[in-house]
Design a protein around this ligand. Structure first.
Ligand SMILES: C[S@@+](CC[C@H](N)C(=O)[O-])C[C@H]1O[C@@H](n2cnc3c(N)ncnc32)[C@H](O)[C@@H]1O
Length: 324
């Protein structure tokens, strides 16, 4: 595909879905399936997803049939993404053969919008809300708890030492935390253009993550995945399963899969924006490097690998308080 003239984060997240599908660690996924408590119509599984984007994880979980009866709360900071999720999820569910009802005035829920999906053996209610996760925690703490908390491709964007304990406080005793696609310090492009310059760009790019400030506070870590082992223990959770979930994107005999050429252009554009004017990178050389990477996508020769980890954790449960 030609180089896009403009970029849409929603289209990027949609294009990312097939890349994530291949990347998700199956051992961690199966450990999650095994650890989930049994759900019933009277006691549906309570799931909270933070930084849910378009709701592609909702789609994945519903499609996998591992969810039978669930009350799913999906929040994201970005109102445009939540609006897109409210548009996209019913369409997706209908195409999958589920019966769908929407309640845009679900008064019991501050987010005010609920999607109800049903088919034999599955009854899922998805409540969505555009809200910052820490504001959500402050509002819900002590009011409600969840069985499972999902944070996909999110924890590398926030200050984990403060965010993780806040999020875990919303889990019931023995509740689970699933954090797949957590970036862990590897950005690889093939073929090499100039190994030394390629490596300098990778190092500078990771440094932008390490130095990221949101509202004046540190919010990012290019090695979040490996650091999660320590953060989880410090926050009182044990690690049940972990494994790599690297993105590997390349063109097969029919070119890049699905919308993955767009995904690659978006990644290159993100790096261009993050590193434009960087004092350690010669501007002309860096501009030429970016143009060459875009051209490689057009030619179908670019291979992109990002190293990531999936972790499954559990908060401790006083004896006799686990839900089976
Ligand atoms: C890389 S995207 C991943 C989206 C989705 N989990 C996925 O994997 O497709 C990170 C998401 O986290 C959201 N986000 C970032 N900071 C947040 C915060 N403080 N509260 C809630 N959402 C946040 C962003 O708006 C974005 O949609």
């Amino acid at each position: 595909m030609p180089i896009p003239h403009s970029y849409s984060f929603a289209r990027y997240l949609s294009a990312k879905k097939s890349v994530d599908d291949r990347a998700l660690n199956q051992h961690v996924w199966q450990s999650l399936v095994a650890a989930l408590p049994h759900a019933t119509p009277e006691q549906p599984l309570q799931i909270l997803e933070v930084g849910a984007g378009l709701g592609t994880m909702v789609e994945r979980l519903v499609a996998s049939a591992m969810l039978t009866h669930a009350a799913y709360t999906a929040i994201d900071l970005e109102p445009t993404l939540i609006a897109e999720a409210r548009h996209r999820l019913p369409q997706w569910a209908t195409a999958q053969g589920l019966q769908v009802q929407q309640d845009s005035q679900a008064h019991a829920w501050p987010g005010g919008h609920e999607i109800h999906m049903q088919r034999p053996g599955q009854d899922i209610r998805v409540a969505t809300e555009a809200i910052d996760l820490l504001r959500f925690v402050a509002r819900e703490q002590g009011q409600r708890t969840w069985d499972l908390l999902i944070a996909q491709a999110l924890l590398d964007l926030v200050h984990v030492p403060t965010t993780l304990p806040a999020l875990l406080s919303l889990l019931r005793p023995g509740g689970l935390l699933y954090c797949p696609i957590t970036f862990d310090g590897g950005t690889v492009f093939q073929p090499e253009i100039d190994l030394e310059f390629d490596m300098a760009i990778e190092a500078c790019y990771h440094q932008t993550m390490d130095r990221r400030l949101v509202a004046g506070k540190p919010s990012g870590d290019s090695r979040t995945g490996r650091h999660l082992f320590t953060h989880l223990r410090a926050a009182g959770a044990e690690v049940l399963a972990a494994g790599s979930s690297d993105w590997v994107v390349f063109a097969g005999p029919n070119g890049y899969a699905a919308d993955e050429a767009y995904f690659l252009h978006f990644i290159i554009h993100t790096m261009h924006t993050a590193l434009a004017g960087h004092p350690h990178l010669d501007t002309e050389r860096f501009t030429a490097w970016i143009a060459q990477r875009h051209a490689q996508v057009e030619q179908g020769t670019l291979v992109y690998i990002a190293h990531q980890l999936d972790l499954l954790g559990r908060v401790s449960a006083p004896l006799g308080e686990t839900r089976e």
